[in-house]
Design a protein around this ligand. Structure first.
Ligand SMILES: C[S@@+](CC[C@H](N)C(=O)[O-])C[C@H]1O[C@@H](n2cnc3c(N)ncnc32)[C@H](O)[C@@H]1O
Length: 252
C-alpha cells in the first residue's frame, strides 16, 4: 500500500473506539479459556490500535503487565491517554513496532493477544513468528475474519476476493493453528453486535462526514466507497462470514 493510502485509511479510522469488530465480553470470554496463567502474567497485545481490548485485559488481570504494540503512533497515544484515565498506565507500556519484527526476547510472554491484526502479516506467518516469544505453555489468542459458510454468496465472495484474498474458512484457520505447533483450546464466533456497537456504527457516522471533507479527492472517495461496501456486505451476508476468536496454547 502507498503512504497516501495508509493516510486515508488512518483518517477514516481516526477517533473510533475500536479498529475492528470486537467487544469486552468476547475478550473476557477468550481470556477465561487461558487457564493456568501466572498471577502476574506478562501479556503482549499485538496491533493494539486504540486499545479497548488492552484495557479489558488490564482490568480483568489487575497484576498483569501488558506490552501493547502497533505501528501507528496516534493509536498508541490514544491508548496511553485511556490507560492513564483508567489508572493502569503503570501496567500498560505502549511501543511502536512492526508485528513482523518484534523487539522482544524469546520466551518473554505468558500470553500473546491480537484482535483483528494478525491478517496484516498473514495468520500463518504470525503463528510462526510469535510462537518463540511465548514461554513454555503460553497462550496465543487472536481474532480473524473467516468464512463460516461452505459456499459463500457470490457477491460477498467477489468482494472479499478483492479486499482480503487470504480469507479462509474457519476450519482451515483452526487447522493452521495446530499445524503451527499449538494446541487449539477454544474457538468461537463473535456476536453480530460486536461488529456494530464499537466499530461499524461509529465508522458509518464518520464516513458520512468524510464524504464532504474529501469531496474533490477521487482516491479518498474510492477508499470511503469501499468501506461503505464492506459495511453493506455485513448487512446483507453477515451469516456467511464472521470474526472468530482462536485460543491456542504453545506446545513445546
Ligand atoms: C483492525 S485493527 C485492530 C485494532 C485493535 N486490536 C482492535 O481490535 O480494535 C489492526 C491494527 O493493527 C495495526 N497494524 C497493522 N499492521 C501492523 C504491523 N505490521 N505492525 C504493527 N501494527 C500493525 C494497525 O495499525 C491497527 O491498529
Amino acid at each position: 500500500m502507498t503512504d497516501r493510502l495508509w493516510d486515508i485509511l488512518f483518517d477514516i479510522h481516526a477517533d473510533l473506539p475500536r479498529q475492528g469488530p470486537g467487544d469486552d465480553e468476547s475478550t473476557l470470554r477468550a481470556l477465561t479459556q487461558c487457564e493456568g496463567l501466572p498471577a502476574a502474567p506478562a501479556i503482549l497485545d499485538i496491533g493494539c490500535g486504540p486499545g479497548m481490548q488492552t484495557l479489558a485485559l488490564a482490568r480483568a488481570r489487575p497484576e498483569a503487565h501488558i506490552a501493547a504494540i502497533d505501528f501507528h503512533q496516534p493509536y498508541l497515544d490514544d491508548l496511553d491517554g485511556r490507560a492513564d484515565a483508567a489508572g493502569c498506565a503503570d501496567r500498560i507500556v505502549t511501543q511502536r513496532a512492526d508485528m513482523a519484527d518484534l523487539p522482544f526476547a524469546h520466551g518473554t510472554f505468558d500470553l500473546i493477544w491480537s484482535e483483528g491484526a494478525a491478517y496484516s502479516m498473514g495468520v500463518d506467518a504470525a503463528l510462526a513468528a510469535w510462537k518463540p516469544l511465548l514461554r513454555e505453555g503460553g497462550y496465543l489468542t487472536f481474532t480473524e475474519l473467516v468464512w463460516l459458510a461452505d459456499e459463500p454468496p457470490e457477491t460477498a465472495a467477489a468482494f472479499f476476493a478483492e479486499e482480503y484474498p487470504a480469507m479462509r474458512h474457519d476450519d482451515a484457520v483452526a487447522d493452521a493453528v495446530e499445524a503451527a505447533g499449538y494446541a487449539l483450546i477454544d474457538r468461537f464466533v463473535l456476536p453480530d453486535a460486536a461488529w456494530w456497537t464499537h466499530y461499524y456504527t461509529p465508522l458509518s457516522e464518520r464516513l458520512a462526514l468524510l464524504d464532504r471533507k474529501y469531496a474533490d479527492d477521487a482516491e479518498a472517495l474510492g477508499v470511503i466507497a469501499t468501506s461503505k461496501r464492506e459495511i453493506e456486505m455485513r448487512r446483507r451476508f453477515g451469516t456467511a462470514y464472521g470474526y472468530e476468536f482462536f485460543v491456542a496454547r504453545e506446545t513445546a
